[in-house]
Design a protein around this ligand. Structure first.
Ligand SMILES: [Fe+2]
Length: 514
């Protein structure tokens, strides 16, 4: 999750107005988050090692989990203050059901941001929640250095997307934070080229959605004319072509932040929440309510429906209840109704809850804002407002994040949604949940952990309803584990990483052949 620093506004006088105290410090890691927010030493980036395994992997499970996420939050000169700021660390878990074994390795993405942090001991670019440089002069100099090095950060720490050519692309929201990697070795192969048009521009979501033989994604332009663009690329995430431009619904110059969107059937659903960019905060000359965003209390949320095949907007529907979300699990069409399932918050304060000091706070301050799995329903043939239905049950606690479904069902009706829940007290999700959308029943398993990451649903080839659910968890004793669970969240196998393992991650993918 990244945002741009607009070059035109990066003027030295403005830079000199920056005031930010140094966040340089080291902390003892509280039991609440285990080792999930520790730096991962670069010296531990080594060839794959076998992990201690308990339990039994399914015989058919052969492939690799490749995961992206923040691996390093500190430098010699300056520390990061937000979860989204850490340098991208790639981890690969090579799973072999036949031999009942798991091997693991991790490597840092070789971005300019990472190389600078490693060699110079500081931040090259302003990151999501941390401006580069310490003190007035340091920040001014850092800003100019970052501008000369490309402007926005290239720290692609959010997602990793397999491509048709057997490779993978790591992404964050600034377009230049796009890197090609070899998913077998985790080697950084170079900056990704989109090839073919002016798209995606400066910003897009880090969550392109497979569609047909390629991907659909949403780009955002802040200047000179604010707009959202739904676009489609080929299977290698190249040659993007415009499907539809959308003029923002909010009053000029408000532009909604889009971390993700949804696709159901032939429709892309762009959800404009009241969380809007604060341009002054983006360049560091003002504070915003939520890191670099403001919240428009009176603004409705607007769901914009684009027919991907026709290349036009076919519906725009209002939701008058406060709504914020990071991720949609899935969307699908049922008759003339379009449903979108999201992890639903009442406002954007969760962005503040992901500040590292709040995540690490002990005793827990319950910094994670309550959220719930919610279905947003749009009537395609009437102008009715969006209808909301809560889907999850008490077992999820009062939290829902990283909702996912069996990837074979993306764009089609699903029954089960897997997500991260939270049993309080706690600042971070600590349950893996499964909600049956047909019955409203939620089941949960914490696997004895204090931090639970995003679930990865790995289908059993050729067996439509069979799959496993894989997740990396951290326990209070300081260990990290890769858990392989059944569809009903029963633990099948546990691979324990050495020396505390790897830090918290964001998103992962499955590479079928190891
Ligand atoms: Fe995400």
């Amino acid at each position: 999750m990244r945002f741009p620093r607009i070059r035109a506004l990066l003027l030295l006088p403005a830079a000199l107005a920056f005031v930010q105290p140094s966040t340089r410090h080291r902390r003892a890691q509280p039991l609440y988050v285990g080792t999930s927010l520790d730096d991962f030493p670069a010296a531990r980036c080594a060839p794959a090692v076998p992990l201690k395994l308990t339990g039994k992997l399914p015989q058919w499970l052969t492939g690799a989990v490749v995961r992206n996420g923040p691996g390093r939050f500190t430098t010699a000169k300056q520390n990061c203050s937000h979860l989204f700021d850490g340098m991208a660390l790639l981890s690969r878990f090579e799973v072999d059901g036949a031999s009942n074994s798991v091997k693991w390795t991790s490597r840092y993405l070789q971005s300019k941001a990472y190389e600078y942090a490693r060699k110079e001991g500081g931040l090259l670019y302003n990151e999501f929640g941390t401006a580069a440089g310490v003190g007035l002069v340091g920040r001014a100099v850092s800003l100019m250095r970052g501008v000369l090095a490309g402007g926005t950060t290239d720290n692609a720490c959010v997602s990793v997307v397999p491509t048709a050519d057997g490779g993978a692309v790591c992404l964050s929201e600034p377009t230049r934070a796009s890197y090609v990697i070899d998913p077998r070795t985790l080697e950084t192969l170079g900056a990704h080229s989109y090839k073919g048009s002016d798209l995606p521009g400066l910003l897009h979501t880090a969550h392109p959605i497979p569609y047909g033989d390629g991907f659909v994604n949403v780009a955002t332009a802040l200047f000179p004319v604010p707009k959202y663009t739904v676009y489609k690329s080929d299977g290698n995430f190249q040659h993007p072509r415009r499907i539809c431009d959308l003029e923002p619904s909010q009053a000029f110059p408000d532009v909604s932040w889009h971390h993700s969107f949804a696709v159901g059937g032939r429709y892309a659903i762009v959800i404009e929440t009241p969380c809007v960019y604060n341009v002054a905060a983006l360049v560091g000359v003002a504070d915003a309510a939520h890191i670099a965003f403001d919240w428009r209390d009176d603004a409705p949320t607007t769901l914009r429906v684009v027919d991907i095949e026709k290349g036009e907007e076919v519906a725009s529907r209002k939701l008058h209840e406060p709504c914020f979300f990071f991720h949609a699990a899935n969307a699908f069409v049922d008759g003339t109704t379009l449903h979108v399932d999201v992890g639903y918050y009442d406002d954007a304060s969760m962005l503040n809850g992901l500040a590292l000091d709040r995540m690490r706070a002990a005793p827990a301050t319950d910094g994670a804002t309550p959220s719930r799995l919610t279905r947003l329903s749009i009537e395609l043939e009437s102008d009715a407002d969006v209808r909301t239905t809560r889907l999850d049950g008490p077992a999820a606690g009062d939290f829902c994040e990283f909702p996912v479904v069996d990837p074979r069902l993306e764009g089609r009706r699903h029954r089960f949604v897997y997500a991260v829940g939270l049993k309080r007290p706690g600042n971070v999700g600590n349950l893996l949940t499964r909600t049956d959308c047909d019955t409203g029943e939620t089941i949960a398993n914490g696997f004895g952990a204090v931090v639970v990451g995003e679930a990865l649903v790995v289908p059993r080839p050729g067996v439509p309803d069979d799959y496993v659910v894989m997740v990396v968890v951290h326990d209070a004793a300081g260990d990290a584990h890769l858990i392989v669970a059944s569809p009903a969240l029963e633990e099948l196998a546990r691979a324990t990483l050495p020396e505390g393992g790897v830090p918290y991650g964001f998103h992962s993918c499955w590479i079928p052949e190891a």
